[in-house]
Design a protein around this ligand. Structure first.
Ligand code: ZN
Length: 306
């Protein structure tokens, strides 16, 4: 029973669990500030702006959850979803695109999100092949550096952060509401997942988190890709933890230690109780940091247009 429970918890925490049983998943809405909500379910946290101009949605979890997500949104706002912004291409953040696209929402994302969703992808660390998405699921409007939505009395700015969790990550800054959706550059309850085969890197991840920290102040609410909403101090602690582990692994590489030796030296030891029990286990995090630091260069998505 205990093992079953542990397995269930592992599955519910797994950002990309394709085989996850979604039939029991409930979508729970929480107000972040007036006019901005977060929806928790399975997969990436959904950000939601509501108001007179219509609904603006950040990420849309898995396709089978769309009716439940739509019902949760309808309880908060009676206007249609006009825009879906994807923080990156992973299926637990874009799985509802096809449904929302068919329902009339305009899908927006960084250029590389469309590139990766348009062709078969392979996530090496999960040994997972991902087929191309149908045309209606693809972002219709893409951007390179940033774009701004002037909606519901706010200016909602999506800012690309290069080579972080993937090569197509955006942070989404509600400049008036003082909320930032960090996408998967922020795992609020565990070690970060860096998808090296999608162009992610640990140094880019730290840069992205620093960008997020710089966007806010001590009153900013931060929506992570996974885990609960936090304040800026928690995001700073997450950054400091990653930077410390990266520094220790870098020192090991400089001392010509192998990845096995660096893993055995347990550079995450002091953090494992707090961060080591979620999707990414300590050894895997260290292996990823090592691989990222010794990687000659970032993987470019096939068919990149610029
Ligand atoms: Zn992701």
């Amino acid at each position: 029973m205990k093992r079953l429970l542990a397995l269930a918890m592992t599955l519910s925490a797994a950002p990309l669990a394709a085989q996850q049983d979604l039939s029991k998943v409930e979508i729970r809405a929480e107000q972040v500030v007036p006019g901005v909500h977060v929806l928790f379910g399975a997969g990436g946290n959904i950000g939601l702006s509501t108001g007179a101009d219509g609904s603006f949605v950040i990420d849309d979890q898995f396709a089978p959850l769309t009716p439940r997500i739509q019902a949760a949104i309808a309880k908060i706002a009676d206007r249609p979803v006009r825009f879906v912004l994807n923080t990156h291409w992973h299926g637990d953040h874009t799985g509802g695109n096809e449904n929302f696209g068919k329902a009339g929402a305009l899908i927006v994302a960084h250029d590389n999100v469309r590139v990766r969703m348009s062709s078969e992808q392979f996530i090496a660390s999960l040994n997972q092949k991902v087929p191309p998405s149908p045309a209606v699921a693809l972002p219709v409007v893409t951007f390179d550096a940033s774009t701004t939505f002037h909606i519901n009395g706010d200016a909602i700015r999506a800012v690309h952060v290069p080579n972080a969790h993937t090569d197509g990550d955006s942070l989404v800054h509600f400049t008036k509401a003082n909320v930032v959706h960090m996408g998967d550059t922020y795992f609020a309850n565990g070690y970060p997942f860096v998808d090296l085969s999608s162009g992610g890197s640990v140094t880019g991840l730290i840069d992205a988190v620093n960008r997020g920290i710089a966007l806010g102040d001590e009153r900013t609410r931060y929506i992570p890709g996974h885990g609960p909403v936090t304040d800026r101090a928690a995001l700073v602690r997450y950054r400091d933890m990653i930077a410390d582990v990266v520094a220790k692994v870098r020192a090991g590489i400089a001392a010509k230690r192998s990845v096995e030796q660096v893993v055995a030296s347990k550079p995450t030891a002091r953090y494992d109780a707090q961060w080591g029990n979620a999707f990414i286990k300590p050894d895997r995090f260290v292996q990823t940091v090592y691989a990222s630091l010794v990687a000659p260069r970032h993987h470019k998505p096939a068919g990149r247009t610029h």
